[in-house]
Ligand binder design. Structure first.
Ligand SMILES: Cc1cc2nc3c(=O)[nH]c(=O)nc-3n(C[C@H](O)[C@H](O)[C@H](O)COP(=O)(O)OP(=O)(O)OC[C@H]3O[C@@H](n4cnc5c(N)ncnc54)[C@H](O)[C@@H]3O)c2cc1C
Length: 243
């Protein structure tokens, strides 16, 4: 494990903003994750799990602790099940499922970031959400070191929410994803059309934070109530992580 000093966090954020992390480590195995946590505890440091950095705003003052960059990699398909490590890139993971003629994650093609970040925030687009496909999630409790496997129903998924986001104590290590055979043969085409819509709407080569606002459930509200709602809506700290 190679612990680095004063690593500029702007390099690791889609905003391209952020000062230095006092300590920074890339964790490629669960053992390295545990070693990094032990180091932080021994030195009395706060620590933070960094995925793809596409839902984060780092302070210009940097981070006075240890940033653990998740590079747990590996994705295996067995029948209609995908077992994927949390540090895998979500879009590359979707590509792998499409190449295996499997459907279910087309909506996620083009959503930036890691699989772990997407599960924590129950990422969604085009009517799909991670919770629709996740069968189980394995995580490590960062305080006790206990490894926990939860079925979907125990992950408390909600709109851009999950038990992992709520308790803030666990790092997602791996997930089992349930998929279907692409009977229609259209999964690739649908995924590509989602990607194309993203390219048309966003300048993907520019520093960007994606959505900054959570959608508001306005079903059942009167026109007057909807008008008031739009005036009151503020950026959601619960959606965008700010450190
Ligand atoms: C251009 C653009 C488009 C976007 N479009 C969408 C969209 O359509 N739908 C959508 O839902 N989101 C969208 N987003 C937001 C973002 O892509 C998602 O929220 C993504 O899932 C974040 O993953 P990440 O790995 O980058 O997380 P990070 O930004 O690295 O981390 C976000 C939070 O998750 C925590 N975290 C990361 N990995 C783990 C882990 N393994 N275990 C526990 N906690 C972890 C971090 O500590 C942090 O608190 C978009 C962002 C951009 C920049």
């Amino acid at each position: 494990m190679n612990i680095l000093n004063d690593v500029r966090l702007a390099e690791y954020s889609s905003y391209k903003i952020g000062g230095p992390a006092k300590y920074f480590v890339i964790a490629r195995t669960i053992e390295e994750v545990k070693e990094a946590i032990d180091f932080a505890k021994a030195e009395g440091l706060k620590f933070f799990i960094l995925g793809g950095g596409t839902n984060l705003l780092f302070s210009d003052e940097g981070y006075d602790g240890l940033v653990i960059k998740n590079e747990l990699k590996g994705a295996d398909i067995s029948g209609q099940k995908l077992i994927v490590k949390s540090g895998e890139n979500l879009t590359l993971t979707v590509r792998k499922t499409l190449e295996g003629n499997l459907a279910g994650l087309e909506w996620a093609y083009g959503v930036p970031g890691s699989v772990g970040g997407a599960i924590r925030g129950n990422a969604g687009a085009y009517g799909g959400e991670m919770k629709d496909s996740v069968l189980s999630v394995t995580s490590i409790n960062l305080e006790t070191g206990e490894v926990i496997k939860r079925e979907n129903k125990d992950c408390d998924f909600g709109y851009r929410n999950s038990i992992f986001k709520q308790n803030g104590k666990e790092m997602i290590l791996e997930a089992e994803i349930g998929l279907e055979k692409d009977e229609t043969g259209r999964a690739n085409e649908i995924a590509e059309s989602h990607m194309q819509q993203r390219k048309d709407r966003h300048p993907l080569d520019k520093p960007c934070a994606g959505s900054t606002f959570k959608n508001v459930d306005a079903r059942g509200l009167s026109d007057e109530e909807k008008k008031n709602l739009s005036l009151k809506t503020t950026p959601s700290r619960s959606y965008r992580s700010v450190i």
